[in-house]
Ligand binder design. Structure first.
Ligand code: KIV
Ligand code: ZN
Length: 512
């Protein structure tokens, strides 16, 4: 019988640590529900000791998720662990994830602790955690750059104290597949009680090898859990990408011979949701979920695929959620058709009121755009989410004037805590004028560090999706907005970023 490979998703924790990827509680809840639909085994929901906001997020996710284990991260100290356990109280199935650095560099320079002190702390904190919960994961941070003798000593001790999963992070993405696989194999062979724990891999992508390293950890090292994120989201170059790991293991079952719980047809919708929520655009040539992942441009390839699909395709696009018929709805489509399409896309609305308001927005969009694609619907739903989460600012209307040789002018109406206000300004272009019109009122002083426009479904008839990244007092946030008018999309994205800047969570980073 094939072994099972546990998929541990950390989009909401490690992925969220990426600068600008911070999410609101409602956004995290929506993604957690989608991950449950995808049948992820473990959802790492956050790091409760890092901020009150994160504590509330983990708690809310623990309240609603029933079919995946909800995991909560903690540094290896009693205060963090108690806080993480508290947030997990409502969970149907919960896991505490403790981490403590074990590399000489991290122990000396970051923790300023001796190896013996780290050993003791790892042991005592695991004991403390095990008294609160049965499912305990321990991660020696920067594990791959740690001295193997010392690591064996620490890991044997934490397994003795009741750790049930041992995760070996390549925190800085330094590993090479064969070396990482053998590193784990060696630990498992040398640690006498290694068979009492599930072994896990957690690879960062600094050298572009996170997926390859994770697979080597599984095949050579014998790991049976992979930690990954949707779209490979994560600090610096990101983490191991869930969609790539899953499709590698499924497509090459002949080689890996491992079973997965994942329901792959929800992969694309999940990828879109994460991208639209965080503003991290998926590159077109990204494996599995990129716009070109199943597109054949060359005549020879097209001809081959038409004659026999497997000449150039190793996976079926529809198996990961790409629909064969891309035009889905139009202005004559009714509420039931809209609801059904949402279901097919794996999007569930939380209430009738939410469905009604999304449908009203759909009708509004269909009046302006004759063909509504899946991408439009997903953007609309995520826009809906942004609007609901927006406590401070919301877009109402915009007018702008631009003419060759003249300086563009814009006038915008938006609400501040429900009260309508109006701002006007000129600018270098219509977008610049519109955002300056917002600033003329808000005066946030935020610096814009990124502005990007993307056509949601490819053509000029498409909706424009705009991402704006703002930086203020050391915080970086992304805002996303979609509209057939890219100036309006830009204003929506800017207001969404300002809303995120408002939630001033002082967070402690998990690695740092
Ligand atoms: O990369 C890392 O070391 C981590 C740990 C907190 C598990 O994310
Ligand atoms: Zn990490």
């Amino acid at each position: 019988m094939a072994d099972k490979l546990i998929i541990f998703d950390t989009t909401l924790r490690d992925g969220e640590q990426s600068p600008g990827a911070s999410m609101t509680r409602d956004e995290k809840l929506r993604i957690a529900r989608q991950l449950e639909r995808l049948k992820v085994d473990v959802i790492e929901a956050g790091f409760p000791a890092s901020s009150n906001g994160d504590f509330e997020c983990v708690k809310s996710i623990a309240e609603v998720i029933k079919n995946s284990t909800v995991c909560s991260l903690a540094r290896a100290n009693d205060r963090d662990i108690s806080r993480a356990a508290e947030a997990l109280k409502p969970a149907a199935s919960g896991r505490l994830h403790l981490f403590l650095a074990t590399s000489a560099l991290h122990m000396e320079k970051k923790l300023r602790m001796t190896p013996d002190e780290v050993y003791e702390q790892a042991k005592l904190s695991t004991r403390f955690a095990r008294n609160l919960m049965d499912d305990i994961e321990f991660s020696p941070e920067d594990g791959y750059r740690s001295d193997p003798d010392f690591l064996c000593r620490v890991l044997e001790a934490v397994i003795n104290e009741g750790a049930t999963t041992i995760n070996v992070p390549d925190t800085v993405g330094y590993a090479i597949p064969e070396l990482y696989g053998n590193f784990i194999k060696n630990l498992r062979e040398r640690i006498p009680n290694s068979d009492k724990a599930v072994w896990s891999v957690h690879c960062h992508n600094d050298l572009g090898m996170a997926v390859a390293n994770s697979l080597a950890g599984v095949m050579i090292g014998g790991a049976r859990q992979v930690e990954c994120t949707i779209n490979g989201l994560g600090e610096r170059a990101g983490n191991c990408s869930l969609e790539e790991i899953v499709m590698a293991v499924k497509t090459r079952k002949d080689y890996f011979n491992l079973d997965l719980n994942i329901d792959a047809k929800h992969i694309l919708a999940t990828s879109r949701m994460v991208s639209q929520t965080t503003g991290f655009v998926v590159q077109p040539n990204k494996a599995v979920v990129g716009a070109n992942a199943f597109a054949h441009a060359s005549g020879i390839h097209q001809d081959g695929v038409l004659k026999a699909r497997d000449t150039y395709e190793i996976m079926r696009a529809e198996d990961v959620g790409w629909s064969a018929n891309k035009i889905v709805l139009g202005k004559l489509s009714g509420r039931n058709a809209f609801k059904q399409r949402l279901q097919e896309l794996g999007v569930s609305m939380q209430s009738e009121a939410e469905t009604n308001s999304a449908f009203a927005r759909f009708k509004e969009l269909a009046d302006r755009k004759s063909e509504i694609f899946d991408e439009d619907i997903l953007a609309l739903v995520s826009d809906e989410n942004v609007t609901q989460a927006a406590e401070q600012y919301a877009f109402v209307s915009l007018s702008q004037h631009s003419e060759t040789g003249e300086r563009p002018e814009a006038s915008i109406v938006f609400t501040v805590l429900g009260q309508e206000v109006k701002g006007t300004s000129s600018g270098n272009g219509p977008v610049d004028a519109s955002l300056k019109a917002i600033e003329s009122h808000v005066k946030s002083g935020a610096e814009m560090v990124l502005y990007s426009v993307n056509a949601i479904s490819g053509s000029t008839e498409s909706q424009g999706e705009v991402t704006v990244r703002l930086q203020n007092s050391g915080r970086v946030v992304n805002g996303v907005g979609a509209d057939p008018d890219i100036v309006v999309a830009s204003a929506k994205a800017y207001l969404s970023a300002l809303n995120k800047l408002q939630s001033k969570a002082d967070r402690v980073a998990a690695q740092g």
